[in-house]
Design a protein around this ligand. Structure first.
Ligand SMILES: [Zn+2]
Length: 281
């Protein structure tokens, strides 16, 4: 897979219809940090006496493979859809190969405090709050003892074909992690004022926390796209934020963690893609 591929989704919020497309756009404006900038974020909440890695140390750590799914549906084609049969086969091969799913909290502990991870760790994430994430994906995860991360676009609460508030709460109760994916999928790079940050991030985060009954500490960028200012601002809200591109922000490595879109593909090919994309040994 070309590491520089940028995958972008287009959400037609009026119709609540989601489509995705893949482009070769690679450069995000202003993603380079200045040396004088110091991240003041959730990392400052570190327990006194615990070692905290520097940004350079975080960037140097071996990556954990992180998978990103959108649609799981039969009879549909596209880079952002896998069939239920393929999804099951992909989870089976991961289980058979000895992979263990980890939570974003575990990833945060590993990156920030060098906490140990299980052997062959990976993370499985789902974007866009689709109903099939509960109807199809969650039972398969349960079968293999995996736990997922569900990034919720909160405009879709209780809408047809999207997760209900009760389903989101049930996922959290079952041990999965609930993260935020903005209110209406507007890209973070387009937030120009405090009112937009409030509408897209602050208010939905509070509402989502009231639904799941615990802090929402993780975020997935709509379209996977970030810029430096966005990563900096998000560090005040989230422990980790997830992109879909390989380039990290050197000042905010925890806010620019790369995931890999999983296409319809044979299980062995997924394993190979994971190894190549995340440089696994
Ligand atoms: Zn999305």
């Amino acid at each position: 897979m070309n590491r520089n591929l940028l995958f972008s989704c287009v959400v037609l919020t009026g119709l609540l219809a989601i489509g995705c497309k893949q482009t070769n756009q690679v450069k995000e404006k202003g993603s380079d940090a200045t040396a004088s900038e110091v991240a003041v974020d959730n990392r400052s909440k570190a327990t006194a006496g615990e070692a905290v890695n520097t940004n350079a140390q975080i960037l140097a750590k071996p990556e954990v493979p992180i998978l990103c799914y959108h649609r799981i549906a039969a009879g549909k084609k596209g880079d952002y859809t896998v069939s239920p049969a393929t999804f099951s086969a992909q989870m089976k091969v991961l289980s058979d190969s000895g992979y263990h799913s980890i939570s974003p909290a575990q990833l945060y502990g590993y990156l920030e405090y060098n906490k140990p991870l299980p052997q062959k760790p990976f993370m499985i994430t789902f974007d866009d709050s689709r109903a099939e994430h509960v109807a199809i994906a969650a039972p398969v995860l349960e079968k293999y003892g995996f736990r997922g991360v569900f990034f919720i676009m909160t405009i879709t609460y209780d809408k047809k074909n999207y997760l209900t508030k009760d389903q989101i709460a049930a996922l959290a109760k079952a041990g999965h992690t609930i993260g935020l994916h903005t209110w209406d999928h507007t890209m973070v790079t387009k937030y120009k004022d405090a009112a937009t940050w409030k509408k897209e991030i602050a208010d939905p985060k509070v509402k989502l926390e009231s639904i799941v009954g615990k802090p929402v500490e993780f975020f997935a960028y709509p379209n996977g796209v970030y810029n430096h200012n966005g990563a900096k601002e998000l560090s005040h809200y989230f422990k980790l934020s997830f992109t879909l591109i390989s380039k990290r922000d050197s000042s905010y490595p925890l806010q620019t963690i790369r995931r890999m879109i999983v296409p319809e593909s044979k299980p062995q090919r997924l394993l190979n893609s994971m190894r190549q994309t995340f440089k696994l040994v």
